[in-house]
Design a protein around this ligand. Structure first.
Ligand SMILES: [Zn+2]
Length: 122
């Protein structure tokens, strides 16, 4: 969390930044995946992405032109949603994509943890 603040939100205090997220379990705004579930995916598949990106949630600006210090405009996004949404899709449009990605995560992770049917060929 502190890494993200240093990297993106240095113009507000860390306390302000943390307070905005303290009561939330960090999860992807679009597909809902949590940090813990991302770790499970990596445990299942140690080479999940090229160059190892995607291990942590990223900060996403809903309106891409706003500053990172506008906390109301910030959400977490997983690497996969962030990468696919780019600046091309609106939040509303991408929520539909996120719902499908969520289904896939649930298939892979199972509702209660690891799913043994995780595809071997990926
Ligand atoms: Zn996501």
């Amino acid at each position: 969390m502190r890494d993200l603040w240093i990297k993106k939100c240095g113009d507000i205090s860390y306390d302000e930044f943390e307070a905005a997220y303290l009561n939330n379990t960090p999860h992807c705004h679009y597909c809902g995946i949590t940090t813990e579930q991302i770790q499970q995916l990596w445990e299942m598949k140690p080479k999940l992405t090229k160059r190892g990106r995607g291990r942590k949630l990223e900060l996403e600006r809903l309106a891409p032109n706003e500053k990172y210090s506008n906390l109301g405009n910030l959400v977490f996004s997983c690497y996969w949603c962030n990468n696919a949404k780019t600046d091309t899709f609106t939040e509303e449009e991408f929520m539909k994509v996120g719902a499908v990605i969520k289904e896939i995560w649930e298939e892979r992770l199972g509702k209660n943890g690891l799913n043994k049917d995780y595809p071997d060929n990926l």
